[in-house]
Design a protein. Structure first.
Ligand code: FAD
Length: 368
């Protein structure tokens, strides 16, 4: 293992893209992965012919043509378009908020009628919104707030909307067209054959050691490579010497159901406060599956405790300042490259992760 160019910690999208590109350029790479399987959070598990997104539902979407062409090298993408449905006590509404939503809510049929309804309800809030509730009402009015935002947001944050700061919601896009396409992206889809196919293509011919936690086996890998590319949590890299970064957790409850079609859509949001989960994902619909059985996953937002899977960074002031201090320590290590959602302590969509990995490769190439 000596004489490596890059020791890459983490086989998620960032690590896998970096390893692939550098190997292509003739560099010697070794990937370490602490889980038993590669792929990080885009990993799927195949059950009864259905790809189950085990770390949360993943829909690829991007405006970046280079990134789109990049992923298409490893898999073709299907025509899946994300069009989630919100379920409020049995009333169904299309998302994102659009003419279908407004028609179901108020019976309006024209954009002008819908706009007038929203404008009248927005006027309820006078002056600067003092909390998230007032902010949301000032943007879309009370009906949409109470049926589609309030309960969902309170479950996500574990706090009342009246106790959450207004800035959490800056914009609430409203469309006056009958368009249920959730993402405003030029390119969108699910890889045919699943995300594992992309990871397998990226890591083909590259040595990966799974079940190896780099931070727990530093001694063994000291000095083996010219540089270390680290995609794990930054506080963990520094043995939490300045304190711990915080995250929001998620719990997934997956169930096999003896029916062909459970909810008729891949993503159904449950927006009432009394339903404990925020969403039910029916995985087969990402790939237009026709199997006789189906798999559904209920998603429960959770407090996060150290040692649990870290899903969303909490980018508040305390955590952001702590992260900056760790980043200063990291900047002093000239053989260390950081990348990916954990090391950067940032929520990144997949396309951004690929974009930043390709940029890191270009920076490395420019240094030589
Ligand atoms: P990861 O996938 O987390 O990979 C990091 C890897 O490093 C992991 O495999 C980990 O085990 C390993 N590792 C960490 N520490 C060590 C160590 N010490 N030693 C060895 N290995 C280590 N993006 C979209 O574009 N569309 C979506 O619909 C979407 N949905 C999402 C839903 C959820 C619930 C979440 C949480 C994210 C979603 N994302 C989505 C974002 C997407 O998951 C990320 O952009 C992407 O997976 C990040 O890749 P990564 O390589 O940065 O991190």
């Amino acid at each position: 293992q000596d004489g490596l160019d890059y020791l890459i910690v983490g086989s998620g999208l960032f690590g896998a893209v970096f390893a692939h590109e550098m190997t292509k350029r003739g560099k010697k790479c070794l990937v370490l992965e602490k889980r038993e399987a590669v792929g990080g959070n885009i990993r799927c598990e195949e059950r009864d012919g259905i790809n189950v997104h085990v770390y949360g539902a993943h829909i690829f979407h991007t405006n970046n043509k280079e990134v789109w062409q990049y992923v298409n090298q490893f898999a073709d993408f299907n025509q899946y378009v994300n069009s989630p449905v919100a379920n409020f006590r049995g009333e169904l509404y299309n998302l994102p908020f659009n003419m279908n939503t407004f028609h179901a809510m108020w019976g309006v049929t024209t954009p002008a009628e819908a706009a007038a309804k929203i404008a009248a309800q927005r006027a309820e809030i006078e002056g600067e919104p003092r909390n998230l509730e007032e902010q949301a009402i000032s943007l879309v009015g009370r009906d949409i707030y109470e049926k589609l935002i309030q309960g969902y947001t309170e479950k996500q944050w574990g706090r009342k909307c009246t106790e959450l700061p207004a800035f959490i919601i800056k914009r609430l896009p409203v469309r006056y067209t009958y368009d249920n396409n959730y993402f405003n992206a030029l390119y969108q889809g699910i890889p045919i054959g699943g995300y594992n196919k992309i990871i397998a293509g990226l890591l083909e011919g590259i040595e990966v050691r799974t079940g190896v936690d780099y931070n727990a086996s530093r001694g063994e890998y000291e000095g083996v490579a010219r540089k270390v590319v680290y995609t794990g949590a930054l506080d963990e890299y520094f043995a939490y010497q300045l304190g711990r970064l915080e995250y929001r957790g998620l719990k997934f409850e997956t169930e096999r159901l003896e029916q062909e079609n459970h909810q008729g859509v891949a993503v159904m949001n449950y927006t009432a406060a009394e339903v404990p989960y925020t969403r039910i994902i029916e995985h087969k619909h990402f790939e237009f599956g026709t199997q006789p059985v189906t798999y559904v996953t209920r998603e429960y937002p959770q407090e996060w405790k150290p040692g649990e899977e870290a899903y969303y960074p909490v980018n508040d002031e305390r955590n952001q300042q702590l992260y900056e201090k760790y980043a200063e320590l990291a900047a002093k290590e000239d053989k260390l490259i950081l990348g990916g959602r954990l090391a950067m302590y940032k929520y990144y969509d997949m396309d951004k992760v690929i974009e930043t990995a390709l940029s890191a490769v270009k920076r490395e190439a420019a240094e030589e």
